[in-house]
Design a binder for this molecule. Structure first.
Ligand SMILES: Cc1ncc(CN)c(N)n1
Length: 227
């Protein structure tokens, strides 16, 4: 039985309004109803290919700055697990949707995806490895909450159903729980000021997660900044 409120519980509570908006976002509603245009899902997948590849690299870059063998091991295995899990599932989607290497190479990374990735790098290189761990956590945890929230309803489109199942799976839930533990361990190793910074980047990542659905629905591009 859980006895006390953890650091991650507190961050979760603070981010709740943003997370609820993600869970109830029209992108998720349309996906579960089978009404999300395939062109929008494709757009999302193309942007997320970049995101996931950088997300994997960040695991190793954070591990390079840590001393704790179990934390290093989790992050290195996390990078591998990402390749064999989520990224492998996405490769299947790419084949099904005829997304080629050429198309990937020609796809500009949209501002929101670019900024979210840069935010995580900034947490590491202008901050600390503990802060970067906290910036990575919403990516794991929010998708697990979305998966759990919508799995009972499911989706009538096979690809969308597979997408949901990825985030509700036992393996994914295990990795989320380990990442939560790692974040709590990281928080116990720093002072109050750094814990505040960890909270700040966690909330910002949560805001970027919300923005990511919006980016995908709008097929955001760089004109959004300049027009
Ligand atoms: C942007 C984003 N956030 C989270 C996940 C789930 N790992 C993802 N694939 N993409």
């Amino acid at each position: 039985m859980k006895t006390s409120t953890t650091f991650t519980d507190k961050m979760h509570e603070l981010a709740k309004p943003l997370w609820l908006r993600s869970v109830n976002h029209p992108f998720i509603k349309q996906l579960t109803a089978g009404e999300l245009p395939m062109s929008t899902f494709r757009y999302y997948l193309l942007q997320d290919r970049y995101y996931l590849s950088e997300f994997g690299k960040l695991h190793n870059l954070i591990a390079d700055q840590l001393d704790d063998p179990s934390a290093i091991d989790f992050l290195r295995k996390g990078a591998e697990g990402l390749k064999n899990g989520e990224i492998a599932v996405r490769k299947g989607f790419f084949t099904e949707l005829n997304i080629t290497k050429e198309e990937i190479a020609l796809t500009p990374i949209a501002p929101t995806a670019y900024n979210y990735v840069n935010h995580m790098y900034a947490a590491l290189y202008r901050g600390t490895p503990q802060r970067a761990i906290s910036a990575l956590l919403p990516c794991y945890w929010l998708y697990n909450e979305i998966g759990k929230a919508v799995i009972s309803k499911g989706a009538p489109v096979s690809l969308y159903q597979q997408w949901i199942e990825t985030y509700d799976s036992e393996g994914y839930t295990d990795s989320v729980n380990q990442m939560i533990q790692l974040t709590n361990l990281a928080a116990s190793q720093v002072d109050d000021a750094e814990r505040q910074q960890m909270t700040d980047v966690f909330i910002k990542s949560s805001a970027y997660e919300l923005g990511y659905w919006q980016m995908s629905l709008k097929h955001e591009n760089w004109d959004a900044l300049t027009k």
